[in-house]
Write a protein that binds this ligand. Structure first.
Ligand SMILES: [Zn+2]
Length: 302
């Protein structure tokens, strides 16, 4: 009898703990802010999300800290982009001793290539796949599958959240397509400092020029910049943009040289702070596409 009671008490206790710990009980580490936002949307209150590379920070050149290794060690799930964006992740996961499953959010997308930063004409994989919202929907599906595997008891909740979020991404995708479609094709050319919008250009019919290659680490060479200035003068470039995580001085110089208008600050690889113009993945698209299409629609040559 005593044993039975004890067993019952234990069961109740375990059940009670599992039940009470549902809110924020799945610890997810996301490598950078955009993925963190996606995980929050799919996980809702069931997950506690930790982001390694925060708002306005550069994932390409990030150096993990001992604190990051602790966060990864305690994670139930790690979500990363893949496509060689996080060159530092394998070492971090290894060093942390983390046994948690790792979701590669970009798995299953069709990768694009881009010019290598050294200017030698070689092609490398473009990691910025989230800049096409159809890819973003694929990310959401991969994150949903990862959360369901880590926490099968709440698979239904994750499916419901993912479905609702995908509908919002699909609506934004349609809005972005329409916004660019209204601009004559010849005017859909812009310049950005860091070549992060290849997927956006491919998905929505925009031509992009950029003085830097894939990594923000590389300095644009004088030869590249001279070539770009020649191209700007020759082609109908409507606007030039800087990104939130790169040095604006180079683009300011090109603006002075060419007279092409500065279109403002785009968010490519990182979200803004919560009180900024792009605190979520959806806000990022709204902000970027509004700036781009405004610049394209205006007569910008001075
Ligand atoms: Zn980038």
């Amino acid at each position: 009898m005593k044993k039975t009671l004890l067993f019952l008490a234990l069961c109740l206790c375990l059940f009670g703990t599992a039940h009470a710990a549902t809110a924020g009980s799945v610890k997810v580490v996301a490598t950078f802010s955009i993925l963190g936002d996606m995980v929050k949307n799919v996980g809702g209150e069931l997950v506690a999300v930790t982001v390694l590379v925060g708002p306005n920070a550069d994932t390409h050149t990030y150096s993990p800290t001992p604190e990051d290794a602790k966060k990864v060690a305690q994670a139930d799930l790690v979500v990363m982009n893949g496509l060689h964006l996080e060159g530092w992740i394998d070492r971090l996961v290894q060093a942390s001793g983390c046994k948690a499953p790792v979701v590669i959010a970009s798995a299953g997308i069709t990768p694009l290539t881009m010019d290598d930063e050294d200017g030698g004409g070689a092609k490398v994989t473009d990691p910025h796949a989230w800049q096409d919202l159809e890819n973003g929907m694929r990310y959401v599906e991969n994150i949903r599958a990862g959360l369901c595997a880590a926490d099968p008891a709440h698979a239904g909740d994750y499916a419901k959240n993912a479905e609702a979020y995908r509908a919002k991404l699909a609506a934004m995708h349609a809005w972005v397509r329409d916004a660019f479609a209204r601009i004559p094709e010849a005017r859909r050319t812009i310049i950005t400092s860091h070549d992060a919008f290849g997927y956006l250009a491919h998905a929505y019919g925009v031509t992009l020029l950029s003085p830097m290659g894939v990594s923000t680490e590389s300095e644009a060479s004088a030869k590249n910049v001279a070539e770009l200035i020649r191209q700007i003068k020759k082609e109908k470039v409507t606007a030039l943009f800087v990104e939130n995580m790169t040095d604006p001085r180079l683009m300011e110089g090109i603006t002075r040289e060419t007279g092409v208008k500065a279109g403002g600050e785009l968010f490519s690889d990182a979200l803004s702070a919560p009180d900024g113009p792009a605190p979520t993945y959806l806000d990022m698209f709204r902000h970027n596409v509004t700036l781009m299409t405004q610049a394209m629609a205006e007569e910008t040559r001075q």
